[in-house]
Ligand binder design. Structure first.
Ligand code: NAD
Length: 373
C-alpha cells in the first residue's frame, strides 16, 4: 500500500452556483490529478441552513452550518473557499487569514481595489496561499493560445479583441442581486474582469485604458418585487494599449440578448491570428499567412491529450472538457501551490491587479479620457 497522502480539510462558504462549482472542483481534482495532498470536503456554511445541509449531504461534507464563522473557528479546516456575494469576501478572507488558513476566493476579489490590496497584504504577511476564481484561464486551449503567441506563430502582435457577454441581466425583473451593489457591482466588474484577466494572460500587461460605461435599466426589482435604483453599468467597454505595443478592446456585457457564455477573444499578429469562443471552448482557431494563397482560412484545433491536462480527463481528442473541469484544474494548481510544488496560479495580488484595471476603466469613463494604469 502506498503511504496515505497528507489530508487538507476544506471549509466552503456559500452553496450557490460557485459553491457547487468549488465542491465539484475539489472532488474531481483529487481524483483526476495525482496531487500531493488529498483535499477533503470537511464543512460547508450557508446563511440558508437547508442549502448548507443539502450540499453537505450531496457532496459528503462532514459538517454543515448557517454561520460562516464556524468554518473560521474550526481548527480542523485548512483551506477556506469563499463563494459568498462580493461584499462579504473581505471580512471572510481576513478572518480566515488571521486564523492561519489558506484562502480560495471567488472573483472579483473585493468590491474595491483598496479592499483587495488589504487582503493581498494580509495574505502575504501571514504567508498563507491564496487563489482567486478566474477559471477560464485554466482552459488548456488558452495556454495553447498563449504558447503560440509567445512562440511567434502569429508574428508581432498588433491587435486584441476580448469580451465576456451573457444575457442573465437582460430583464429588469428579479435581477436586483448583489451584482448591482453600487460599491463594486456592474457588468464591467462582474464579467469584464474575466475579459481583462484573459487579455493580460495572453498579451501581458495593459498600460493604458479608455473606458465607456452604459446603463440601460435605471431600476431593477429583486426577488421580492422591491424596486432598486441602479447606479452600475450594464455594459462596460474599454479601449486598451498593451506594454508590448498592441492595441485592443474588451467588453463586459450582461444584457447581451441571446448570449449565454461568450467569453471570446481574437488576436491579430503580423503573420497569423487566433480566434476563440467560450461557447465552443474546446476549440482554438488559427489563421496563418504561411498557408498557400487560395487555401488560407482559420483552421480548427480541437482539444486533445496533447493539451495538458486534457488527457487526465479523457484519452481521446475532441471529446471535450466541461465548465466544472476548469474548476478542477484551478483547484489542482492551487493545491500544488499549497504543497510548495508550484507558484500560486492566480493569487490575491493577481486579483488586486484585475480590480485595479476595472477601477481605472471606470475612472476613465467618468473623466472621458485615456488613463495610464
Ligand atoms: P449565488 O447567489 O448563486 O450564491 C451565493 C451563496 O452565498 C448563496 O448560497 C447564499 O445563500 C450564500 N450567502 C449569502 N450570504 C451569506 C453569508 N452571510 N454566509 C454564508 N453564505 C452566504 O452566487 P454565485 O453566482 O455563486 O456567486 C458567488 C461569487 O462567485 C461571487 O463573488 C461571483 O462574482 C462569483 N462567481 C464567479 C464565477 C466564475 O466563473 N468564477 C461565476 C459566477 C459567480
Amino acid at each position: 500500500m502506498p503511504d496515505a497522502k497528507t489530508k487538507c480539510k476544506v471549509g466552503l462558504i456559500g452553496t450557490g452556483f460557485m459553491g457547487r462549482a468549488h465542491a465539484f472542483g475539489f472532488t474531481n481534482a483529487c481524483r483526476v490529478f495525482d496531487l500531493p495532498i488529498e483535499a477533503e470536503l470537511h464543512s460547508v456554511a450557508d446563511i440558508n441552513a437547508a442549502n448548507a445541509e443539502a450540499l453537505a449531504r450531496a457532496f459528503g461534507f462532514a459538517k454543515h452550518t448557517a454561520d460562516w464563522t464556524d468554518i473560521i473557528t474550526d481548527a480542523d479546516v485548512d483551506i477556506v473557499s469563499i463563494t459568498a456575494p462580493n461584499a462579504l469576501h473581505k471580512e471572510m478572507a481576513l478572518a480566515a487569514i488571521a486564523a492561519g488558513k489558506h484562502v480560495y476566493c471567488e472573483k472579483p476579489l473585493a468590491p474595491l481595489a483598496t479592499d483587495a490590496e488589504e487582503m493581498a497584504d494580509a495574505a502575504e504577511a501571514a504567508r498563507i496561499k491564496t487563489q482567486v476564481g478566474f477559471n477560464y484561464l485554466c482552459n488548456p486551449m488558452l495556454k495553447l493560445a498563449r504558447d503560440m503567441i509567445t512562440d511567434g506563430a502569429l508574428g508581432e502582435i498588433r491587435g486584441y479583441r476580448g469580451l465576456h457577454a451573457e444575457d442573465f441581466m437582460a430583464s429588469p425583473e428579479g435581477t436586483a442581486t448583489f451584482r448591482i451593489d453600487p460599491k463594486g457591482g456592474g457588468a464591467l466588474a462582474d464579467l469584464g474582469s474575466h475579459a481583462l484577466a484573459t487579455a493580460e494572460f495572453l498579451l501581458g500587461s495593459i498600460s493604458d485604458v479608455m473606458g465607456d460605461l452604459a446603463t440601460h435599466h435605471s431600476t431593477r426589482t429583486d426577488a421580492k418585487g422591491n424596486v432598486h435604483k441602479i447606479q452600475t453599468d450594464d455594459i462596460g467597454r474599454a479601449f486598451l494599449r498593451f506594454e508590448n505595443g498592441a492595441s485592443g478592446s474588451i467588453e463586459g456585457n450582461w444584457i447581451a440578448t441571446g448570449r449565454k457564455m461568450q467569453h471570446d477573444f481574437e488576436v491579430y499578429g503580423a503573420k497569423g491570428a487566433l480566434s476563440f469562443s467560450q461557447e465552443r471552448f474546446n476549440e482554438l482557431h488559427f489563421f496563418t499567412f504561411d498557408d498557400p494563397s487560395g487555401r488560407q482560412g482559420f483552421r480548427k484545433i480541437e482539444a486533445a491529450p496533447e493539451h495538458a491536462p486534457y488527457g487526465l480527463f479523457c484519452p481521446a481528442p475532441g471529446h471535450q472538457l466541461g465548465f466544472n473541469d476548469l474548476k478542477a484544474i484551478e483547484v489542482a494548481g492551487y493545491v500544488s501551490a499549497i504543497n510548495g510544488d508550484a507558484p500560486e496560479p492566480f493569487n490575491f495580488r493577481a486579483g488586486l491587479r484585475i480590480q485595479t484595471l476595472v477601477e481605472r476603466i471606470q475612472q476613465s469613463a467618468r473623466q472621458g479620457t485615456w488613463l495610464r494604469v
